[in-house]
Design a protein around this ligand. Structure first.
Ligand code: GLU
Ligand code: ZN
Length: 460
């Protein structure tokens, strides 16, 4: 049986790192086994689903490198399929209409909780006769359909991550499989589609673990083959609090806009909740080879922005010059030629984590004035005007040759080491650290170099 996995997002918001990891793991598994990775849009909830979220999540998946196989399944277009399957359930007596209003359900839930019972559907409509049903309808109530959970017995399955699971049927209330508006409920359409698409393995968030017995009951009642499930631990933020928008978690779109690279993200996600002895930045193919569902861990996985930066730095290093130019394009001043930009990017690439980090270098090379921070001012002040007089006159001979410039300045001033290099670096670039000065200075004209040094040569 070929491995078939899927990603089944509900388009009610933007993808965040949690769903991205779910998609990644399923993709990796399919890739590893030479199987198929399907994409299904779970948009039966018309109120919460938005077409722009569907469009955005396709863009996000493609950007991450998680291509899907075959046609996308959109649940909103499959009403007939679900209705037919519901009719089959009705034919075997496994569903019944429930006329309770949301308010009535809520009251019943609160009463149960108040009397110390776990809340579940009380079975109010389970045994109504035809006359009672007609009366409810006559009141204008729109029924949902509920699945009849057996009173006794249990559902058992082996979860890939959590091991053997056992749920008592008596603890599970009859649940809704069709909403009052006629649309299929999540539990139902989800398992029907998994079975119909031949999905063999589902990795999904731990929050779905308690849904699984319900879905297995539906599959059994319809004589469908259910997939094997693995419920992966949730991702938390570095301090252990839930990783949510409210806690400042960024969507994939935001991370992309900030300039995070897909390879950095997938390398971090690969190691969240999945232990691996793969070290260093890996390609998607390597990650697929190294993915092992038996290495999925139960404890919550912590998203670590610092670790992400480490991967990001590596991923930036690995960009080809064309890719790096493209990545930095938004920061390119309009007047800079292709060739100059390329030469510039070649020099600064290794010093960047995010595209915005290029700003001081763009300023240093293509801007007019050099802005100094307090440390820069202090270092320049300490070097003194005589130092810069010497440096400026050295620059007349050296032009933009850094080796020559530093050599001559050393000869003229008698300084060496940091006393020589730090003030020169600050005066020339406005920064205390950065790319090697030789290639950086080759991007500046001799005139500008001299002017930047001469600027500090007048006694205060
Ligand atoms: N639409 C569900 C979700 O986004 C899918 C759960 C599943 O993968 O089965 O949570
Ligand atoms: Zn009811």
């Amino acid at each position: 049986m070929t491995t078939t996995t899927r990603f089944a997002p509900s388009p009610s918001g933007e993808l965040h790192l949690g769903n991205a990891r779910t998609a990644l793991f399923n993709w990796l598994l399919a890739r590893r086994d030479g199987g198929r990775f399907l994409l299904r849009i779970e948009d039966t909830d018309a109120e919460r689903s938005k077409a722009e979220f569907t469009a955005q999540l396709k863009t996000d998946l493609q950007w991450l490198g998680l291509a899907w196989d075959g046609e996308i399944v959109e649940q909103s277009k499959r009403g007939d399929v679900y209705r037919e399957a519901l009719e089959r359930l009705a034919a075997v007596g496994r569903v019944y209409p429930c006329y309770c209003t949301p308010l009535e359900i809520e009251v019943s839930r609160k009463t149960q909780i108040a009397s110390g019972k776990p809340p579940r559907y009380a079975g109010t409509c389970r045994n109504l006769n035809d006359t009672q049903r007609a009366a409810k309808l006559a009141e204008g109530r729109k029924p949902t359909l509920r699945f009849k959970v057996p009173d006794t017995g249990r559902v058992e399955f082996v979860d890939l991550v959590h091991g053997e699971q056992r749920f008592e049927c008596a603890d599970i209330g009859d649940f809704i499989v069709q909403r009052a508006d006629g649309s299929a409920a999540f539990f139902f359409s989800n398992i029907v589609d998994d079975a119909m698409s031949g999905v063999t393995l589902v990795l999904r968030g731990e929050d779905h673990l308690s849904n699984t017995p319900r879905q297995l009951m539906i599959a059994e009642a319809l004589d469908l083959t259910a997939p094997t499930y693995g419920h992966i631990s949730l991702i938390t933020s570095a301090d252990g609090s839930p990783l949510s928008k409210r806690h400042g978690a960024k969507s994939l779109r935001q991370l992309k806009e900030e300039g995070y690279l897909p390879l950095a993200l997938v390398n971090h996600l690969f190691r969240l909740g999945h232990s691996s002895d793969l070290h260093g930045l890996q390609t998607m193919e390597d990650l697929a080879r190294g993915f092992d569902p038996s290495h999925l861990v139960r404890s919550p996985a912590r998203f670590d922005p610092v670790q992400l930066e480490v991967w990001q730095r590596d991923a930036v290093h690995r960009l080809t010059i064309d890719e790096a130019c493209e990545w930095l394009q938004p920061h390119r001043p309009a007047e800079v030629s292709d060739n100059d930009w390329r030469a510039f990017v070649t020099v600064v690439q290794a010093n960047l984590i995010l595209p915005a980090d290029v700003t001081p270098w763009v300023q240093a090379i293509f801007g007019q004035d050099i802005a100094l921070d307090a440390e820069g001012e202090a270092i320049i002040g300490a070097a003194g005007a005589a130092f810069f007089q010497a440096a400026a006159s050295a620059a007349i001979e050296s032009g933009n040759d850094w080796k020559l410039l530093s050599q001559k300045t050393r000869e003229l001033t008698g300084t060496k080491g940091p006393e020589l290099f730090k003030p020169l670096r600050y005066a020339l670039t406005g920064q205390g650290h950065g790319p090697e000065l030789a290639p950086l200075l080759s991007l500046l004209t001799p005139d500008r170099i001299r002017a930047r040094l001469a600027r500090w040569s007048a006694a205060a």
